[in-house]
Write a protein that binds this ligand. Structure first.
Ligand code: ZN
Length: 297
């Protein structure tokens, strides 16, 4: 073998080893197809955000559009480590019917998380399925969809800890879109560990008065709502069986909400944690300060 050939084969070998080493560790599935938000824009953006970590390969599962039957929606969840829910069909009036996934799909989704799978719930995905008990246990609290006190309490932040408020009232509201501060309340959790305790999120909707079973939930971060005068839960983690759920209320749209370095970092870390129970990603140098949003255009 000539020297050049030897070098070329060595390079080819290193390249193939390199490729094998850099193959994504986790398989993620983004679920969308119905949402009163621009899922056609936000899903591909979230796919890119996950892929750029090098940790995830990402597939999409898109339901039939509104008004068409959902009978054919049967993704094989078992092929994945983590599901990212970007799906929400809104129930506007009590008694009105919304599309339901086939029973076998709902059961498979429940089993997937219960047996140790990861789930990430992004913004309006906590508006989905007001009548699906297991889904509401997974998200802990949700909004709209005719949710009120019958669906569970609101999470409130008092004297450094979470309390539940059962006061009657509708669940889910937000003020005008604006930048707001996020305060990390749990700084030891893998998702928030090492992040600045207070950071300025780019203009977004601050969901407030979310209601639900609020069981097995840990509030990682809160944001103060001028509308309710409360420190509303902004980032949460929920244990569901052996599964891990990361719920972020952030991310109304791509520009600028999902371009915020704080959204990106917590979404990427939250998805890794949901997939594996650990976080290996470093904190980006452009993570927002307490007063200044940091947007990646
Ligand atoms: Zn929104």
């Amino acid at each position: 073998m000539g020297r050049k050939t030897a070098l070329a084969s060595l390079a080819a070998m290193l390249l193939s080893v390199g490729c094998a080493l850099s193959a994504p560790k986790y398989k993620a599935l983004i679920i969308d197809g119905r949402n009163n938000h621009a899922w056609q824009r936000t899903s591909p953006h979230m796919k890119r955000l996950l892929e750029e970590t090098g940790l995830f390969s990402v597939d999409m599962a898109t339901t039939a559009p509104l008004g068409q039957p959902l009978d054919g929606f049967k993704p094989d969840f078992s092929k994945y480590d983590v599901l990212v829910c970007n799906y929400a069909e809104l129930k506007w009036k009590p008694g009105s019917q919304i599309g339901q996934w086939p029973e076998e799909t709902k059961t498979a989704f429940e089993k997937f998380v219960e047996k140790g799978g990861g789930l990430v719930v992004v913004h309006a995905a906590d508006n989905a399925f007001p009548d699906w008990k297991a889904y509401n246990e997974m998200i802990a609290v949700g909004g709209w969809g005719c949710r009120n006190e019958k669906d569970g309490p609101m999470i409130r932040w008092r004297d450094g800890k979470m309390v539940l408020n059962h006061q009657p009232g509708s669940g889910g509201t937000h003020g005008p879109q604006a930048p707001f501060q996020v305060v990390n309340r749990d700084t030891k959790h893998p998702i928030t560990k090492g992040l600045p305790e207070t950071w300025m999120h780019a203009k977004d909707e601050l969901y407030a008065k979310l209601r639900g079973p609020a069981k097995n939930v840990t509030v990682l971060s809160t944001a103060f709502s001028k509308k309710t005068g409360e420190h509303e839960p902004a980032l949460m983690v929920i244990d569901y069986g052996k599964g891990r759920v990361f719920h972020t209320i952030l991310g109304h749209d791509v520009d600028p909400m999902m371009q915020c370095a704080g959204f990106i970092c917590t979404f990427q870390r939250g998805t890794e944690w949901a997939a594996s129970g650990a976080v290996t990603q470093p904190i980006p140098t452009d993570f927002p300060s307490a007063d200044q949003p940091s947007v990646r255009n």
